[in-house]
Write a protein that binds this ligand. Sequence first.
Ligand SMILES: Cc1cc2nc3c(=O)[nH]c(=O)nc-3n(C[C@H](O)[C@H](O)[C@H](O)COP(=O)(O)OP(=O)(O)OC[C@H]3O[C@@H](n4cnc5c(N)ncnc54)[C@H](O)[C@@H]3O)c2cc1C
Length: 415
Amino acid sequence: MNDNQPHITIIGAGVSGLTAAVTLQNAGYKATVYDANSFVGGRVSSDATSGLILDHGFQVMLDAYPAVNEFLDIEALKLRKFVPGSLIFKDGKTHKLGDPTRDSSFLWSTITAGVGSLKDKWLVYSLSRKLKQKSIHDIFTSPETTTKIYLENYGFSKKMIASFFTPFYTGIFLETKLATSSRMFEFVFKMFTEGNATIPAGGIKAIPEQLAAQLPEDSMHLNHKVTAVIGNEISLENGEKIKSDYTIVATPAGDLVPNLPNENMPWHQVTVLYFETDHTGLDQAIIGLVANDDVLINNFHFLNDVFDNHRNIISVSVIKKHQLSDQQLTERVVKELREETHIKANELVKLYHIKKALPQLDSLNYCMNASETQLTDSVFLAGDQLSNGSLNAAMLNGKAAANAVISKIEGSVIL
Ligand SMILES: Cc1cc2nc3c(=O)[nH]c(=O)nc-3n(C[C@H](O)[C@H](O)[C@H](O)COP(=O)(O)OP(=O)(O)OC[C@H]3O[C@@H](n4cnc5c(N)ncnc54)[C@H](O)[C@@H]3O)c2cc1C
């Protein structure tokens, strides 16, 4: 690095920190990135070995997210798309519900699906039309209520909320009460109607890896945990001290920066279990939902339906709280799969508990303005937790913090 260049440090090589680094690089500035983990991506990670692609928790990239189209080479990710619908397993019956305006094969099954009235299905259609026309700005400046109250006020029946919206959005919000802000519901619903739920062919980790590949290798310091950021000095767990003119903290900063209220932010958690199965899948990449209050399984899909030539593996997400050991949970999930869906799961391949999956936020915004990311003269904040738990917010907040640093260096007004 040229010595006249400011020293810029980013703490966190998650999607937000990486997007900040890419934004700085595109403006001609090099940043040094530190991460405590041995890999890039933070919460966006996969184990991809021996022909298996096991994401750390089921997550999808909605290809309508504005930020992914700005920062990612979508074509290179070779996205695998889920069909715009789901299979609902309820009281021994299977119902197929989807968006017939995008996939006509859903028309008849959706009309006849016994998970809601015809009025409910009409309301889904009218909501998708309404949200297509509502701008993202209008969504995030609308008054907030919970998703549950929003759906009730919109006129959906209790049956439709219990059988479809609750399991579907529990799988997205990672909480079972639909207590998440109606702004997030509207945003996610809009993204689903305008695009597809996708996973890159190489697994979800291909997203941060593509971002990291744009950065010089020597800028990335993995296995380097930061313990404090005080003024222009950064302390590492290994005892090193680093001088930094501008620092972007792309993770909750409460433990690192003095005088911040120690955030102790609550998180939503999820457990995902991967099983071998003889089942050949559902013939299409579709999400299965189990709509039964007494059942722990929330949603599942087959990796062999998503990835080319993948072994027959089923991925099952458990979101409800329980006190079971891993062994008990595994046995319970196998039993529930058999009883609720008639799918026989063989041996467990892997189980991941993700304790800090999504930040539990009371009030949501779309993303930060650059000026809002500035904490002190030299410290800036990024990360999804500042706005809403999504790849989109993580990227946009990384970009905003980087733009604030650029304005500061160049002496322009931070917008
Ligand atoms: C199971 C699951 C499902 C999800 N589903 C979806 C979905 O379907 N769609 C969607 O859009 N989003 C989803 N998300 C959310 C999405 O993954 C996050 O919004 C995004 O990854 C947040 O990125 P980030 O960079 O802000 O944070 P993180 O990924 O948490 O990155 C923070 C980084 O900082 C590092 N770090 C923390 N402290 C230190 C320290 N002291 N020193 C050095 N490094 C440190 C961490 O190791 C980490 O790499 C899901 C997340 C999970 C876990």
